[in-house]
Write a protein that binds this ligand. Structure first.
Ligand SMILES: [Zn+2]
Length: 426
């Protein structure tokens, strides 16, 4: 069990949006037990006191939409077909370390076969990494975004394929097949159900605007998730697919490239969360050619890049709840896990959020988007002690969140997993 700690003389940004305040956070049995404002008086002797000398505390960051694929390039064919599965898993272990050391104490894996497994290895502390909420196998219609149609069809569905893929999808058409696929995903350990409700950028033969699944199919999937006390997270880029998802009761809308005013109003009415994943689009634009993204992906990305930003600005101005998610897959320069704070930076620089709003989107809102809002996302009594200690004030320069040397300490459930201070500032 982690020791009892008092993080004192810290400037606390608690993730609720409240103004920063100076105070002390008391941690016992993995949880935050008390927060006191003002200067510290050492009366509680059972706590190991760590004097942070005006360093900044934020809740552990959360990436609500990424994929632990083990990929190291944008060459989807090569990574999918030629890299042994065991190598991909080993790379994921490294990616999890990079994530937690960069301040990400929770993540949502929006589809793939590796996360549901390595999640258990993290929980039993065999490997170091963030808390994982995982979708496992995604649901896609035939010729859907998840039916990776750059591959032969017999390679895609894990129920039929002898080929073990870190992506893949459960191909289902019609209400009954959708129900069965949702139940199969749950049987494999899904914490939430991921569906592809539209075409996408990194799927060869469709486009982001294409509507996928009927509203009846989406409703059936949402119903199966609700029966198992879970929720649905939809890849939804085209306007109609976003609208169908919201009407069907989907809780998390990913990408939302063509979100319009009607969808924004509907998202607010339904209390849905939009995870725009600006980072992957930014990185495809910046590094796509160099890392081997196929030509069809590059072209579509260029076509939607500006529209996406404009529409997410509309969502922000309309008061839609936004959460951070990068859609990173793993990689060397682009899509690299460990650089996931890029989404916070883009929320500020491209969408016009204040740094405080972007931090709330990466903590409190992102916790809701992955189903962890009861246990993490804010620095409040009763929550898990998932805390990041920063040298620089992120409200003054949000880009410092991307600098490894600025992340002084990371605590997950009260255990110190990164410590540049070596607790020497006592
Ligand atoms: Zn994704």
């Amino acid at each position: 069990m982690a020791e009892s700690i008092a993080l004192t003389n810290a400037v606390i940004i608690d993730g609720t949006g409240k103004e920063p305040f100076k105070g002390t956070v008391f941690i016992q049995d993995s949880k935050i037990v008390e927060i006191t404002e003002g200067s510290f008086t050492p009366t509680q002797h059972d706590f190991k006191v760590i004097d942070l000398r005006d360093a900044f505390l934020i809740p552990g960051l959360i990436d609500a939409h990424l994929h632990l694929t083990g990929f190291r390039s944008g060459d989807l064919l090569k990574e999918s077909l030629l890299v042994p599965y065991e190598v991909l898993v080993a790379r994921v272990v490294k990616d999890l370390e990079a994530l937690i050391c960069s301040g990400f104490t929770s993540i949502g894996d929006a589809g793939g076969s590796i996360a549901v497994g390595v999640k258990k290895a993290v929980e039993e502390k065999t490997i170091l990494g963030p808390r994982i909420s995982a979708a496992g196998h995604t649901l896609s219609q035939t010729f859907g975004h998840g039916d990776e149609h750059y591959l032969p069809i017999q390679y895609v569905d894990p129920r039929e394929s002898r080929f073990k893929s870190s992506l893949g999808a459960l191909i289902c058409d019609g209400v009954e097949e959708c129900q069965k696929a949702a139940r199969y995903a749950l049987r494999c350990g899904a914490d939430f159900i991921k569906v592809s409700a539209t075409g996408g950028v990194l799927s060869e033969k469709d486009r982001p605007e294409y509507t996928q699944f009927t509203i009846e199919e989406l409703k059936a999937i949402v119903q199966e998730a609700k029966h198992a006390k879970r929720f649905v997270h939809a890849h939804a880029q085209g306007t109609e697919g976003i609208k169908n998802s919201l009407l069907a009761g989907v809780k998390v809308i990913a990408h939302a490239i063509f979100i319009d005013q009607e969808c924004c109003d509907l998202a607010k009415e339904k209390d849905a969360i939009v995870v725009p994943t600006l980072s992957i689009v930014e990185h495809i634009m910046r590094y796509g050619k160099q890392i081997g993204i196929p030509e069809w992906g590059l072209q579509k990305c260029e076509q939607v890049y500006k529209i996406h930003i404009e529409n997410i600005k509309l969502a922000y101005k309309s008061g839609v709840k936004l959460a951070t998610g990068t859609d990173f897959l793993g990689g060397t320069n682009a899509f690299k896990h460990g650089q996931n704070a890029l989404e916070i930076v883009l929320f500020v620089e491209k969408i016009g959020m204040s740094p405080m709003e972007a931090i709330v989107a990466a903590t409190k809102n992102a916790a809701q988007a992955v189903g962890f809002s009861e246990i993490t996302g804010t620095i409040e009594a009763g929550k898990m002690a998932d805390i990041v200690v920063l040298k620089e004030n992120p409200l003054e320069n949000v880009r410092t969140l991307m600098e490894p040397s600025n992340i002084l300490m990371v605590l997950k459930e009260g255990a110190v997993v990164k410590d540049l201070l070596k607790c020497s500032m006592k």
